[in-house]
Design a protein around this ligand. Structure first.
Ligand SMILES: NC(=O)c1ccc[n+]([C@@H]2O[C@H](COP(=O)([O-])OP(=O)(O)OC[C@H]3O[C@@H](n4cnc5c(N)ncnc54)[C@H](OP(=O)(O)O)[C@@H]3O)[C@@H](O)[C@H]2O)c1
Length: 348
C-alpha cells in the first residue's frame, strides 16, 4: 500500500455462513472481514469471527466486547435473516426485524454505513395466496418489508440491496445450499415434476451469487450510500417456458430422460388439485408440494422486476444469455452434487 492510499475498510459481515454471506466473504479478499457467526462455523483461515446473536441486545456480547467491535468496524454488511417460508412468524420477525434494528444500533455506535440485504420479492404485493400449509412466504416478505422501513427511517447511511432468487456461481454453479428453484428444476431433471403451476410466460427471476457479491463489493468500495439496488434479471429474466426448455436440454445432454411438465394455472391447483390430494400425501411430500406451490406463487407474474444493479459502477448487467448460461451451470452442479449422473458426464 502506498503512503497516501487508504487501507481497505474493515467489514462486519452478518450471515456469513449463509448463501449470500459466503459469496460476499469470498469476494472481499482485500478487506479484513469480521464475521458475526451464530451457530454454523464459517470456513476460511483468514476469517476473523465473533460469535453473537443478532436478536439479542448488543448481539449478546458484553458491553466492552461490543464497544471494541464497534471501534474497529468501518462498514456493516447485513445478510443474516430467516429465509425459510416455514418458520413461524414470531421467529421470523425476531431476526428479520428485531435483528435488523440491533444491526442499525450497532452501525450507529460504530458510525459505519450499512449495506442491508433485502429481497426483490418485497415488490410482490399482489400475491393471490397467503400460503400453503406451513409454507407462508407472506410472513417472510412482511418481515423484510418492515425491516426495510426500519432501515430507511434509521438515519444510518445505508444502501438497500434487493436480489431476486440467488443461484450458484455463474460459472461453476457452486452454492453453499440449494434453493427452492434448484429443487423445482431438479425435480424436472429427475422426472418427478408432472405439472408446473405457472403461466409459461411468468418471469423466473434469479441472479448468480457472484453478481450479488460484486454489487455489494462495489458499494463498499465506492462508499456511496442512499441507494436502493434491485439486483435482478428484470427484463432479461427467462420465462418459465424457457426455463423448462433449458432444463430439458440439460437433462438430455446428461443422459437423463426428463418429460415436459404440464403447465397448469395456480388457481386450478389451489381449487381442484391440492384439496383432493394434499391430505393423502405423506408429511414430507406434503411439505415439498406446499413449498413448491409457495415458490411458484412468487414467480407467478409476467411483469418483470425493476433492475438497477447496472447503475453500480464497475458491475456489468447480465444479458439474457448470461442468465441462461448461469442457470444451466447451476443445474449441472446440482445434478453432480445430487449424483443424478456420473461425474464424467457432468463435466462433458
Ligand atoms: N437466498 C436467496 O435466494 C435470497 C434471495 C433474495 C434475498 N435474499 C436475502 O439475502 C440475505 C441472505 O440470505 P441467505 O439465503 O444467504 O440466508 P441463509 O443461507 O438462510 O443464511 C442465514 C444466515 O443468518 C444467520 N443467522 C440466523 N440466525 C441468526 C442469529 N440469531 N444471529 C446471527 N445470525 C443468524 C445464519 O447463521 P447460522 O446458520 O449460524 O444460524 C446464516 O448465516 C437475506 O436477507 C435474504 O432475505 C436471499
Amino acid at each position: 500500500m502506498s503512503e497516501n492510499q487508504k487501507p481497505a475498510p474493515t467489514i462486519l459481515l452478518t450471515g456469513a455462513s449463509g448463501v449470500v454471506g459466503q459469496a460476499v466473504l469470498a469476494r472481499m479478499t482485500e478487506h479484513t472481514v469480521v464475521c458475526l457467526t451464530h451457530n454454523t462455523p464459517v470456513p476460511g483461515h483468514r476469517t476473523v469471527r465473533v460469535r453473537g446473536d443478532l436478536t439479542r441486545p448488543f448481539f449478546g456480547l458484553d458491553r466492552s466486547s461490543y464497544q471494541e467491535l464497534a471501534d474497529r468496524i468501518d462498514v456493516v454488511v447485513h445478510c443474516a435473516a430467516v429465509t425459510g417460508f416455514s418458520i413461524d412468524a414470531e421467529q421470523t420477525h425476531e431476526l428479520n426485524v428485531r435483528g435488523t434494528e440491533n444491526v442499525l444500533a450497532f452501525a450507529r455506535q460504530a458510525q459505519a454505513p450499512l449495506q442491508h440485504v433485502s429481497t426483490a420479492f418485497v415488490a410482490r404485493r399482489d400475491l393471490a395466496v397467503a400460503g400453503y400449509g406451513s409454507a407462508r412466504p407472506e410472513v417472510y416478505l412482511d418481515s423484510k418489508r418492515v425491516a426495510e422501513q426500519a432501515v430507511l427511517a434509521s438515519g444510518v447511511p445505508v444502501n438497500i440491496v434487493r436480489p431476486s432468487v440467488v443461484i450458484g456461481n455463474s460459472v461453476t454453479g457452486r452454492i453453499s445450499q440449494f434453493q427452492g428453484l434448484h429443487t423445482i428444476a431438479g425435480a424436472l431433471l429427475k422426472n418427478t415434476l408432472p405439472m408446473l403451476p405457472l403461466e409459461p410466460a411468468s418471469r423466473i427471476d434469479f441472479v448468480p451469487q457472484d453478481l450479488v457479491a460484486d454489487v455489494i463489493a462495489h458499494l463498499v468500495r465506492t462508499g456511496t450510500t442512499g441507494g436502493e439496488y434491485w439486483v435482478t434479471g428484470g427484463r432479461a429474466a427467462p420465462t418459465a417456458g424457457r426455463i423448462v426448455e433449458l432444463g430439458l436440454a440439460l437433462g438430455r445432454s446428461l443422459g437423463l430422460s426428463p418429460d415436459t411438465p404440464r403447465f397448469v394455472s395456480h388457481d386450478m391447483v389451489d381449487r381442484l388439485i391440492r384439496p383432493v390430494f394434499i391430505d393423502a400425501l405423506p408429511r414430507a411430500q406434503r411439505r415439498r408440494f406446499d413449498d413448491m406451490l409457495a415458490m411458484t406463487a412468487l414467480f407467478n407474474a409476467v411483469e418483470p422486476f425493476p433492475s438497477t444493479y447496472g447503475h453500480v459502477p464497475g458491475v456489468t448487467p447480465f444479458s439474457a444469455q448470461n442468465l441462461e448460461d448461469a442457470f444451466t451451470a447451476s443445474m449441472r452442479h446440482y445434478a453432480q452434487a445430487k449424483r443424478l449422473v456420473r461425474p464424467s458426464e457432468v463435466a462433458a
